[in-house]
Design a protein. Structure first.
Length: 478
């Protein structure tokens, strides 16, 4: 049967995730002891098996499944692999996701897997109906994860996530409706063919503007960035790590494909996207410097790098998309590194204040050095992968037209300003503390993840050629 072939060729990892979601639901009905441990093991097993299943699907040539609604390529598969890496590292890093509600662990990890499943579907969507459904399911998953603790801050964060999500969905629907009215199609390939024949008009430009503005919400960019900071602050560290990776990777995967099939017909959309990205970078670079709460500072960092990713996507070239893939891959490890360091510290001392990190180098030198490496990588300084990612991005921008040269100059200025955002933490870590500095107790898995992330950020910078070549190959098959 055709549907079985489609599942085998394009949907096998998603099928495994669905099976494990159902297993978690069944376990939640019958298991009452060791729920957190069993749920965590089940979720890790789901991610591992889904990763193995990826090697059995068809990626070359491109496979269109379910009447061309779903697509499987080297490009989409690469994004799925990065999501699985992120999901696995998030689970291993967050030693205790839901300290207050461990008895509801199966429900929590079911939502966790549902978010990954939705992200997979979003990346492989080949029409706006499946893309919209996937976006909504991903938003619902993130909403429930944010609100799971049920305290005042979590409820406030979830409400803000819901309101901004509903606003962006309304804008997205409006843009899709206009685009359907113009082309009579919702399939990305068919829309591209229709526009190439009929040409663009003002309604096409308006519809694309509405769509790109709505999708920037998933990246936390301007104009939806105001409440993002509060959402991160109200979330647990584990959920904050999840929000800073899974929705962003999925959203940028879709946006980059939309640029190839639809947005590339209008240079105005490219420039608008670059301006949104630039405004987000400047906003987060300036706003993050003022923060005293570590979660809020990480939120600004997340917006900052979302802006960089959006800039790379707006270049609409194989060089730009290869930069995008390379940047995401490096961002996963340096971002996991800083969140993991704070998870370790907060598990010991229950503090979100940056000032409380003062002097930890003198009692926890290896921890502090690994943490510093990840911060330097996010700042874009050598010898880290973050430096190489920024260099790659600036090179991609310099290959575009004169407008992008102006954007490049302003981005460079904002990047310099953003250094103060990360050095605010580094400075505190290495300051002398008049009081006794606390020793961080052993959290073996957490520290291993932190050290691995810091080592990877160094190794990628020292041996970048293979990673860059692989990124270019993947980008070619978008």
């Amino acid at each position: 049967m055709e549907i079985i072939k489609d599942i085998q060729s394009a949907f096998l990892p998603e099928l495994i995730l669905i099976i494990f979601i159902l297993i978690n639901i069944v376990f939640s009905l019958f298991i009452r002891k060791n729920t957190y441990r069993i749920a965590k093991i089940t979720t890790i097993s789901a991610i591992t098996l889904a990763g193995l299943a990826i090697f059995f699907i068809q990626i070359n040539p491109t496979y269109f499944a379910f009447n061309e609604v779903y697509i499987s390529t080297i490009y989409t598969t690469s994004f799925k692999i990065m999501i699985l890496i992120s999901g696995l590292l998030v689970i291993l890093s967050a030693n205790n996701f839901i300290r207050e509600k461990r008895q509801k662990a199966f429900e929590f990890f079911t939502i966790f897997l549902a978010g990954i499943l939705s992200a997979f579907s979003l990346i492989s969507s080949n029409d706006f109906i499946s893309a919209f459904i996937s976006i909504e399911l991903l938003s619902v998953s993130c909403y429930f994860l944010t609100s799971f603790r049920r305290n005042h801050k979590a409820k406030e964060a979830a409400l803000k996530y819901l309101i901004t999500g509903a606003s962006s969905s309304a804008i997205l629907l409006l843009g899709i409706s206009y685009l359907y009215g113009i082309t009579g199609n919702l399939n990305f390939s068919n829309i591209s063919d229709a526009i190439s024949v009929s040409g663009i008009n003002i309604m096409f430009i308006i519809s694309c503007i509405l769509i790109i503005i709505a999708l920037t919400f998933k990246l936390g960019c301007i104009p939806f960035s105001n409440w993002i900071i509060d959402i991160y602050e109200g979330s647990t560290y584990g959920v904050g790590t999840y929000l800073s990776l899974i929705p962003k990777i999925a959203a940028i995967g879709l946006i980059s494909r939309l640029f190839v099939f639809i947005f590339s017909y209008s240079p105005i959309i490219q420039i608008l996207t670059a301006i949104i990205a630039l405004c987000s970078i400047i906003y987060s670079a300036i706003g993050g410097i003022k923060q005293t709460n570590i979660k809020r500072l990480y939120a600004y960092s997340s917006i900052l790098h979302s802006g960089f990713l959006l800039l790379a996507a707006s270049c609409v070239s194989v060089y730009g998309f290869s930069c995008l893939i390379f940047y995401i891959f490096t961002y996963i490890f340096m971002n996991i590194g800083i969140w993991n360091a704070s998870i370790i510290y907060t598990t010991n001392y229950q503090s979100d204040k940056i000032i409380d990190y003062k002097g930890i180098f003198y009692k926890n030198p290896y921890f502090s050095i690994a943490y510093t490496i990840c911060l330097l990588s996010l700042a874009g300084l050598p010898p880290t992968s973050g430096f190489l990612s920024k260099l790659y991005l600036f090179s991609a921008l310099s290959r575009e037209d004169f407008t992008y040269l102006i954007i490049l100059f302003l981005t460079l200025c904002a990047t310099v300003i953003s250094l103060f955002l990360y050095f605010k933490i580094i400075k505190v870590i290495y300051e002398k503390n008049s009081q006794d500095t606390k020793i961080i107790k052993n959290i073996t898995i957490g520290k291993i993840i932190l050290y691995i992330c810091s080592i990877i950020t160094i190794l990628i910078c020292i041996y970048p050629n293979e990673f860059i070549k692989l990124s270019q190959i993947i980008a070619y098959y978008i």
